[in-house]
Design a protein around this ligand. Sequence first.
Ligand SMILES: NC(=O)c1ccc[n+]([C@@H]2O[C@H](COP(=O)([O-])OP(=O)(O)OC[C@H]3O[C@@H](n4cnc5c(N)ncnc54)[C@H](OP(=O)(O)O)[C@@H]3O)[C@@H](O)[C@H]2O)c1
Length: 268
Amino acid sequence: MSYSVKGKRALVTGGSAGIGAAFARELARSGAVVGICARRRQLLDQVLADCQVDSPDSRSWVVDLAELDGIAGFAAQVEAELGGVDILVNNAGIPKRRHIKDLTVAEVDAVNALNYLSPVRLTLALLPGMVARGDGRIVNVSSVAARLGPPREAAYSATKAAITLFSESMAVDLHGTGVTVHVVNPGIIDTELFHLPDNEPTLSDLPAERAEDLATAMREQLENGTFEMFFPSWFKDVAVSKLADEDTFIAGSAEWVAARIKTLEAQG
Ligand SMILES: NC(=O)c1ccc[n+]([C@@H]2O[C@H](COP(=O)([O-])OP(=O)(O)OC[C@H]3O[C@@H](n4cnc5c(N)ncnc54)[C@H](OP(=O)(O)O)[C@@H]3O)[C@@H](O)[C@H]2O)c1
């Protein structure tokens, strides 16, 4: 039987912008009570107002999830104020586009703290309630980078590979408990992520997808129960063929990067 988000209580991290904001609105439109959190109060207020049109009990919290020691207390606060969390959407994340020769230890630590360690801490804090109720959904927003290792994103893609494999193992551990785990692998989505400071410009030449379209696919993924979803779906074919021949993938990627840099230099 298909899962319905109607009446469920969902916590969406990074709900102030981009994919998280789009998915929070999608969940609220579909009848879930939505809790959103992020650092920017003003943006959260706007997204919350949209959610409350369809789901008046939705609410928001200002929190910096990179402050790892605060996460257990934050999770307890959300459970108390939302009455429990049925759907946890670990979405907050930052990019790190940096050539490996220029990458610093501090950058690796920062991206690892937010993209990997914070969703792990939030999951461990909220999982007992889900298991006790025999009902829960954990959605981890990973990336195609978890499966495809893009150039100049070693630190970022490693955090995504880590959360994907954490999810895979957890899904097996939780099999039959009523708590299921889901991984979302966006490709290129039109959000602030490509315009944040302290990152190299993206090398991608792919058209960006709309966050709203990804949000619809994420709701459908929850309904049909699929573990891993690639968006757009053709990225899965690339990941499968890469696994069959890693050496060709690495050589082909390096060739593509060299050609892409020439094109970008020619364009000025
Ligand atoms: N866009 C893409 O093409 C793409 C592709 C693959 C995967 N993803 C993944 O999708 C997720 C969402 O990314 P997005 O594209 O929607 O990026 P975005 O538009 O930059 O949104 C990131 C969200 O995370 C929040 N956030 C950042 N740092 C935070 C912190 N320290 N504490 C709490 N919240 C924090 C931001 O809110 P505040 O700044 O208000 O805190 C914002 O709500 C990320 O995990 C990203 O890695 C995106």
